[in-house]
Design a protein around this ligand. Structure first.
Ligand SMILES: NC(=O)c1ccc[n+]([C@@H]2O[C@H](COP(=O)([O-])OP(=O)(O)OC[C@H]3O[C@@H](n4cnc5c(N)ncnc54)[C@H](OP(=O)(O)O)[C@@H]3O)[C@@H](O)[C@H]2O)c1
Length: 328
């Protein structure tokens, strides 16, 4: 490889992991307002799977109707700034940063150019690039739900379903940070992990149905979209809220009209579609929490860029523990 090319993973059509092609392409050059980042780590998230497969189909409204609008996927990254445009003021060569590119993608590559006002913040000094990139998806999502969609309050009882996943492992830690009592729902193999992250109680979803336990929760956060709201409602307190990051047709009615028939509510949010300035603020908030020792990243597996198909196959199974990262 010369310094005018780079390794990247390119996909020109929707499909299975085999559409991801590890190849060599031209390396980008920063414009006047951009930084050039040498990527050290990126993530394979649940969103990476829908961007690659084009399913569910409604997601194509954002990613391209018949084929991906963006051919290099990957939305989260951590790396080092190795060049800057002449108008860049807030970053310098050598800065270690983490960034989220969301629908602009581009992180499955050795290098990326980003405008300096994009969602870039300094990498936490106590995290590796792999840990920093692994944290972004789950923690920014959980934070936005807890702090913006509801104002999570000290002393509330929170049940987190899918507690061993990417959003789940971050949600446990953030719910504890906000001073709540946390019940983690996951399988027994992950009990030690969720307790180490701060969960006060654990329920094994393969053995027990929490809706039968007669415990009222102020918040049920179904991070993996596996619960029925109608059924879970009876486990909500009088003004309880059911949160979900997964948009299901069956939830739409409850979301739009549910509050007309009672005080319990279902809330969905697409946290990645919020304005960049807010998401940058959140990443900064999380960086500070990490540096204060209040948030860590759970990493399940690490792959290299040329193993991206295997990484996608693993994530697609829906049983990862925390996060899957790709290191360079
Ligand atoms: N709206 C938004 O802004 C937004 C943002 C980010 C992600 N999302 C969506 O949120 C969802 C979750 O993402 P994620 O990355 O956190 O998922 P994930 O990490 O892939 O979730 C995997 C975990 O879910 C657990 N799990 C699987 N089935 C379960 C069940 N029936 N009950 C309880 N736990 C179960 C698995 O544990 P076991 O192995 O024990 O089953 C595994 O540890 C995805 O659909 C993603 O697209 C939405």
């Amino acid at each position: 490889m010369t310094n005018t090319t780079m390794k990247a993973v390119v996909s020109n059509k929707y499909g299975g992991p085999e559409v991801l092609s590890y190849t060599e392409i031209a390396r980008p050059n920063p414009k006047d307002n951009e930084v050039l980042i040498q990527i050290k780590a990126t993530s394979v998230t649940a969103a990476s799977i829908f961007m690659r497969s084009g399913k569910p189909y409604f997601a194509r409204l954002f990613t391209g109707l018949s084929k991906p609008k963006i051919t290099i996927q990957g939305t989260d990254l951590a790396g080092e700034i190795i060049a800057i445009g002449k108008n860049v003021q807030h970053y310098k060569i050598g800065d270690k940063v983490m960034a989220s590119t969301d629908l602009d993608c581009g992180a499955y590559a050795e290098y990326i150019c980003l405008a300096e006002d994009a969602i870039i913040v300094q990498q936490p000094h106590n995290m590796t690039a792999a840990e920093a990139t692994g944290m972004i998806d789950g923690a920014t999502t959980a934070l936005s739900f807890f702090r913006d969609n509801i104002q999570l309050k000290k002393g509330q009882k929170v049940l987190i379903n899918g507690a061993s996943g990417s959003i789940g492992t971050a949600a446990i830690q953030l719910a504890k940070y906000f001073g709540t009592e946390v019940t983690a729902v996951c399988s027994s193999k992950n009990e030690a992990l969720v307790r180490s992250l701060g969960a006060d109680f654990m329920i094994d979803y393969t053995k027990e149905d929490f809706t039968h336990l007669n415990t009222p929760y102020d918040v049920i956060f179904d991070t993996v979209g596996k619960l029925s709201y109608s059924k879970s409602k009876k486990a909500l307190s009088k003004n309880g809220v059911f949160l979900t990051p997964v948009l299901l047709i069956r939830s739409l009615f409850h979301m739009l009209f549910g509050s007309l028939f009672g005080r319990k509510k279902l809330k969905f949010a697409a946290t990645g579609l919020r304005p960049e300035a807010l998401r940058k603020r959140d990443l900064l908030f999380l960086k500070n929490l990490i540096e204060d020792g209040k948030l860590k990243t759970v990493i399940d597996r690490k792959y290299t860029l040329n193993e991206i198909q295997a990484a996608h196959r693993y994530v697609e199974k829906g049983h990862k523990v925390g996060n899957v990262v790709v290191t360079f």
